[in-house]
Ligand binder design. Structure first.
Ligand code: ADE
Length: 262
């Protein structure tokens, strides 16, 4: 059962209300434990939840060139590896919780503000079809979400059922919009929601042997009428407030289960 939780979020606007709600404190400079000379943009916050869980939260920080949040799979993967290798203290993390906004599919029951806890993650824009080889499946990169070392997939379902959140898959790519080919792949991936980080973080977690739990709030409707960016900008603030509510509920669920089993 998780006690040391690593929360990973792409955008500071998504994370700010949650950081305040959990009373997390900014760590001036992430304590590097290797001889890396990289200057990394990730911002680290620490604290605890109900005195029984330690929380470390990282955001992707800003692009030094463009001044915007480092969204997308490149920084998602790098931040995850950085956090798992460099930021953790003497105790290893038990679980990675990836919270953020997403596009949602009306056809899968999403509306603006829906919360999804995906059961699996995959990519929709890595088209590597070379007949007779497994490159296509490699590109799709499907990963199962779970909460623990023993691959506890059922706990994901019980969390979302008890909190009445949506399940299904998160499909990940490096664009806010999508092409017709992306749409085919997103459907083949069994996706309820679409984001720009989930599958990348889940894949690094798989490599590291740690559980990945996604919490995704819908800001825009992928199979709706309007451009994603319009709805995204309109709903980012309320989605961040919704993450501020949803993440503590999930932590509470995990905490209660831990205490029940102690
Ligand atoms: N985050 C919020 N909305 C999104 C979308 N439509 N695609 C990818 N990431 C998102």
């Amino acid at each position: 059962m998780p006690k040391h939780i690593l929360i990973l979020m792409a955008m500071s606007a998504e994370a700010s209300p949650l950081i305040s709600r959990l009373s997390l404190t900014a760590v001036a400079q992430a304590p590097a434990t290797s001889s890396s000379t990289f200057s990394l943009p990730y911002e680290t916050y620490t604290g605890s939840f109900t005195n029984s869980m330690s929380i470390t939260l990282l955001t992707s920080g800003k692009c030094a060139t463009h001044g915007v949040d480092n969204v997308g799979t490149l920084h998602a993967g790098l931040m995850t590896m950085y956090a798992l290798r460099e930021v953790q203290g003497s105790d290893k993390y038990d679980l990675v919780l990836n919270a953020g906004t997403c596009g949602g599919f009306i056809s899968k029951g999403c509306s603006i503000g829906s919360v999804c806890i995906p059961e699996h993650a995959a990519f929709h824009d890595r088209r590597i079809t070379i007949p007779g080889t497994p490159f296509e499946a490699y590109g799709d990169g499907k990963t199962h979400c779970h909460t623990g070392e023993s691959g506890n997939v059922t706990q994901i379902s019980s969390i979302r059922e008890s909190l009445n959140y949506l399940g299904g898959g998160v499909t990940t790519g490096d664009s806010l919009d999508h092409t017709a080919e992306d749409m085919l792949k997103m459907m083949a991936n069994g996706s309820t929601v679409k984001d720009m980080e989930g599958a990348a973080i889940a894949k690094v977690c798989e490599l590291a042997g740690i559980g990945y739990l996604g919490v995704k709030v819908v800001t825009d409707l992928v199979d709706g009428e309007r451009p994603a960016f319009e709805e995204f900008l309109e709903n980012l603030g309320t989605a961040a407030k919704s993450l501020e509510e949803a993440v503590p509920k999930i932590l509470e669920f995990l905490d209660k289960e831990e205490k029940a089993q102690a």
